[in-house]
Design a protein around this ligand. Structure first.
Ligand code: AP5
Ligand code: ZN
Length: 217
């Protein structure tokens, strides 16, 4: 299956993607995690991306689209993937359509995680991620690690993301409304969107998403 996950910052895309990718046996491709891995390795791409991310803006398409396509090539797009955080504007959605069309492939579904804004703010304020792998995500209250400050998956230190400061979060939400929300209509026109209410326990949201995908298959 080829699936796109959309939703505001803090909706739980990364959290759900980890479970859905495992259940569906497809790779989880997160452009945010790819950027953070480049930042921690100090690559030129990471240095460029960091200035945009810390300001809460999107990294330019000229950098992002190539990086996402390289990662889809590695994964072998024909075998399926779960995209988390890409596409994030209309230019990226069109580029993805062209990329898939050239391979005679299509998307199966776009899952839109719906969460009220006050909940998103609480989720982001308590989020802690792993220094070794930013796809290992916890929450100080809602999804506590077994040992405070230590990643359950790999033992890495947990920390708060630089872009999770309050003023940056406000900017990220604004960018979500102006640049990312229009892709939902773009995909509605292709009859691909399934809205998943994303309040409730992590496993309940996963169940809803799996049921929606199974209904779709
Ligand atoms: P990215 O890393 O993609 O961030 P985002 O979209 O802002 O999403 P988040 O990672 O903040 O949230 P999430 O929905 O994954 O929530 P999570 O599962 O962590 O992008 C970061 C930046 O990179 C962007 O601002 C941009 O600069 C750049 N970028 C990335 N992709 C790009 C692109 N395509 N083009 C241009 N620029 C790009 O959950 C949040 C918290 O809630 C966690 O603590 C979690 O434990 C908790 N939680 C999750 N589910 C629940 C639940 N059901 N109940 C209670 N708590 C929960
Ligand atoms: Zn870890």
């Amino acid at each position: 299956m080829r699936i796109v996950l959309v939703g505001p910052p803090g909706a739980g895309k990364g959290t759900q993607a980890a479970y859905l990718a495992k259940n569906l046996a497809i790779p989880h491709i997160s452009t945010g995690d790819l950027f953070r891995a480049n930042i921690s390795q100090g690559t030129p791409l990471g240095v460029e991306a960091k200035s945009y991310m810390d300001a809460g803006n999107l990294v330019p398409d000229s950098v992002t689209i190539g990086m996402a396509e390289d990662r889809m090539e590695q994964a072998d797009a024909a075998e399926g993937f779960l995209l988390d955080g890409f596409p994030r504007n209309l230019g990226q959605a069109e580029a993805l359509d062209e990329y898939l069309k050239a391979k005679n492939l299509t998307l199966d579904a776009v899952l839109d995680l719906e969460v009220p804004e006050d909940e998103v703010v609480k989720r982001i304020a308590g989020r802690r991620i792993c220094r070794k792998d930013s796809s290992h995500v916890f929450h100080a209250e809602y999804n506590k690690p077994k040992t405070a400050g230590v990643c359950d998956v790999c033992g890495g230190d947990l920390y708060q993301r630089d872009d999770d400061r309050e003023e940056t979060v406000r900017k990220r939400l604004e960018v979500y409304h102006t640049e990312t929300e229009p892709i939902i209509d773009y995909y509605k026109a292709q009859d691909l969107v399934v809205t998943i209410p994303a309040l409730g326990k992590v496993e309940e949201v996963t169940k809803r998403a799996m049921a929606a995908l199974e209904g779709d298959a």
